[in-house]
Design a protein around this ligand. Structure first.
Ligand code: SF4
Ligand code: FES
Length: 248
């Protein structure tokens, strides 16, 4: 495949940035999107140009680093995949592909396609943990009966990889799908109930402090989420938040 790429180039956080056109040739449909980007970068290095900076780590849909907005969609046109799992067979010979960073004021661009998502880390630090007795007298987790549905829902919520596609997709740059998943992951299990009140209040407060917008129920986040995190998690977070506030 021969392709035209329109890529956001931005030298640093203070640069205005602009779209720049590139051509790549002989791209195999079996390549992943990031392998195609590697081909472009080798080409740029060979001609003495600055390669395109983009985030990646695991390249298998686990780490949540590969945040690209491709042809107007977070993680591109496929469903249930991250950018690193997107295959070039989703495109046709002669296509023009537009590639931008995830855009949200709480995710400032650092360089080219790399954004700063430490706002997510600060939300996690505000409450995404449980206290564990490490004295040696810990109760075996299997000794605590948990309804199958609760365990399944908690595990589903825990599959959120913190990629930020929900924020990039949302017209309000809302992080509620992410925070809803993180709150639900603990709220559904007895081990997570100990700090449940503080957790939801602190995580929501940090989310607001970071400048993420509110949820207006468009549901775009659920559609673009590579892990299929359900909107039910937002409803659960709202109910946890109301319960916590009633407790005072
Ligand atoms: S909820 Fe989905 S889209 Fe949002 S951060 Fe988690 S995995 Fe990514
Ligand atoms: S590089 Fe880890 S999820 Fe894409």
């Amino acid at each position: 495949m021969n392709l035209t790429l329109k890529i956001w180039r931005q030298k640093d956080a203070n640069d205005k940035g602009q779209m720049v056109d590139y051509k790549v040739t002989d791209i195999s449909e079996h390549m992943s999107f990031l392998e195609m980007m590697d081909v472009l970068n080798e080409q740029l290095i060979n001609t003495g140009e600055e390669p395109v900076a983009f985030d990646h780590d695991c390249r298998e849909g686990i780490c949540g680093m590969c945040s690209m907005y491709i042809n107007g969609e977070a993680h591109g046109p496929d469903r249930g995949v991250t950018t690193c799992q997107l295959h070039m067979r989703m495109f046709k010979d002669g296509d023009t592909i537009t590639i931008e960073p995830f855009r949200a004021s709480a995710f400032p661009v650092i360089k080219d396609l790399v954004v700063d998502r430490t706002s997510f880390e600060r939300i996690q630090q505000a409450g995404g943990f449980i206290s564990v007795n490490t004295s040696g007298n810990t109760q075996d987790g299997n000794a605590i009966p948990i309804p199958k549905k609760d365990a399944d829902d908690a595990m589903d919520a825990a599959t959120c990889i913190g990629c930020g596609a929900c924020v990039a997709t949302c017209k309000n740059s809302s992080a509620m799908l992410f925070v809803g998943a993180k709150v639900s992951q603990y709220a559904l299990l007895p081990q997570g109930r100990v700090e449940a009140t503080d957790r939801v209040q602190n995580m929501v407060a940090q989310m607001d402090l970071e400048g993420f917008g509110n949820c207006t129920n468009t549901g775009a986040c659920e559609i673009e989420c590579p892990k299929g995190i359900s909107l039910e998690n937002i409803a659960r977070m709202n109910s946890e938040f109301m319960k916590a506030n009633l407790k005072g």
